[in-house]
Design a protein around this ligand. Structure first.
Ligand code: CS2
Length: 490
């Protein structure tokens, strides 16, 4: 074990780490880059990069080139560590492992040519992405937003690209012109039909760029499998860095923490060899991703967002703390079982009632401090797929919505409180949300009416629904008055 207190995690210190640390089970020097990932944030490094770390024992050509679209922070933290970082599974019996799958770290605006060269590398096998919901520049109905300022800039061809579609367009165009094959482009974000949406976006982008031939090539040669991704991954903080230093015996500038549970479901569209490699790492390949994806987005993420906004209003800071409130926990469980499960279809390997129980147990994990404020970010991008689709379906089927609207009403209060306390709203729509909520008075009818004008959150059919408006006003009024017994209807 290194006794040098300032030693960093690196190839050189790997052999001297504490014996309890799990190290890469393959020879890193013998690996080569076969995956380019856009958006190497905490979730990627706690999820797909860990799966590829396991795959590397099976196929050494699947190391990762991690490409940040904007921030240089990941490169600054991990380049001195030869791309190595630690993953701490926060359970009653924690484990610490060093992940070696990231071999190259690029920050796109600084290394545009290197990114495009990697995208056009004949040895590249997969492109993956975790750029969060806002990174796809979509309209409310899931199409590429050609009026998005960054998409307009990328299509103008001036300066380095700024969006995922922009970079993918340039890279796929190089592959096509070099006579290379297409390759699987795998979205790993919490979006409904994430692969279908990205594929349609890429064709639309190529057509908007005037390259009809490339649009056809993308349609014919590039696969965009839908996926579902899941592992609760709280943001890294100083306390985690201290835990990592203690466990490793060296400094890791950016350790990752997550729960032990992890799941990656990918549409069965890979080659036989790649399917075997993915399955060797525990990836589920299926023809019915939609069932898994909708269940996860609506049950886990829908409950998460409801817990975040209601829990913050009730003074809680973390998921497990909010779940320790018996009334709130009972409300969340009833909403999941009574209101969300009826909107879903089970499928082989997915028992919805069992799945709800597993999610609630994961939420209660006392070893995980998952901040409600982290989940509360980007609500304008999250609520449509997590709660509003379920509400729309319930309205269409005549099912109750009085529990489902609670998270939406609580989001409205959250935005109003943030604005009126001059606390920054972390959301791509922060300007519009600030303007709108500063005019809110707490009166349910005008306030709810104002939020319902947000067309990129509430599609017209929902915004015009009087039953929804009335249910939101009722919930909003109870919350304003702190009447939680009424605000959390059982
Ligand atoms: C969370 C998700 O921050 C959030 O919005 O709901 O990141 C959640 O932790 C993951 O989807 C779990 O797989």
């Amino acid at each position: 074990m290194s006794t040098d207190p300032i030693a960093r995690l690196s190839n050189a210190s790997l052999a001297n780490l504490k014996a309890s640390v799990i190290r890469p089970a393959y020879n890193r020097a013998a690996t080569s880059v076969g995956v380019l990932h856009f958006g190497p944030g905490a979730f990627h490094r706690g999820h797909q990069a860990v799966y590829f770390d396991q795959m590397l024992s099976h196929d050494p050509s699947l190391a990762i080139s991690a490409v940040s679209l904007h921030s240089d922070a990941v490169r600054q933290a991990l380049a001195p560590q030869d791309g190595l970082y630690s993953l701490i599974e926060r359970e009653a019996e924690p484990t610490v492992r060093v992940i070696g799958s990231v071999r190259e770290i690029l920050t796109a605006p600084r290394s545009a040519e290197a990114v495009l060269t990697r995208l056009a590398d004949p040895a590249l096998r997969f492109v993956t992405a975790t750029v969060t919901e806002k990174g796809y520049c979509l309209t409310p109905d899931g199409q590429l937003d050609l009026d998005h300022p960054l998409v307009i800039e990328d299509l103008s061809g001036k300066g380095p690209k700024q969006t995922l579609p922009g970079w993918l367009f340039e890279g796929l165009r190089r592959r096509q012109r070099a006579g290379l094959n297409g390759l699987p482009v795998i979205s790993c974000d919490n979006l409904s039909g994430n692969g279908d949406g990205l594929g349609a976006s890429m064709v639309a982008y190529a057509k908007a760029a005037g390259d009809i031939d490339l649009a056809q090539w993308i349609s014919d040669e590039v696969r965009f499998p839908n996926t579902m991704v899941d592992s609760i991954t709280p943001a890294t903080d100083e306390s985690l860095r201290a835990v990592a230093a203690e466990c490793l015996g060296v400094i890791d500038a950016w350790p990752i923490q997550r729960e032990r549970f992890t799941q990656w479901v990918v549409a069965d569209q890979l080659s036989e060899a790649d399917s075997e490699t993915f399955q060797s790492a525990g990836v589920t390949l299926t023809g019915d991703v939609a069932a898994f994806e909708r269940a996860k987005l609506r049950l886990l993420n829908g409950a998460h967002s409801t817990l975040a906004y209601v829990g913050l209003a009730m003074g809680y800071e973390s998921v497990s703390q909010a779940m320790a409130d018996p009334r709130l926990a009972a409300f969340i469980e009833r909403m999941m079982r009574q209101d969300i499960i009826p909107s879903l279809n089970a499928t082989r390997g997915l028992d919805l009632e069992v799945y709800v129980g597993q999610i609630l147990e994961r939420f209660r994990n006392p070893a995980i401090v998952h901040k409600l404020s982290q989940i509360a970010c980007d609500g304008s991008q999250k609520l449509p797929v997590r709660l509003l689709e379920t509400i729309a379906q319930a309205l269409a089927k005549g099912r109750p919505i009085h529990r489902l609207v609670v998270g939406v009403a609580a989001w409205m209060h959250f935005i109003r409180r943030q604005s009126q306390a001059s606390t920054p709203i972390i959301d791509p729509m922060w300007q519009r949300l600030t303007e709108l909520s500063l005019a809110c008075t707490g009166e349910p009818a005008p306030d709810v009416g104002a939020f319902l004008t947000l067309e990129s959150v509430f599609v017209q059919q929902l915004a015009a629904n009087t039953h929804l408006r009335s249910a939101l006003e009722t919930a909003y009024g109870h919350m304003r008055d702190g009447q939680w017994d009424l605000a959390l209807p059982m």
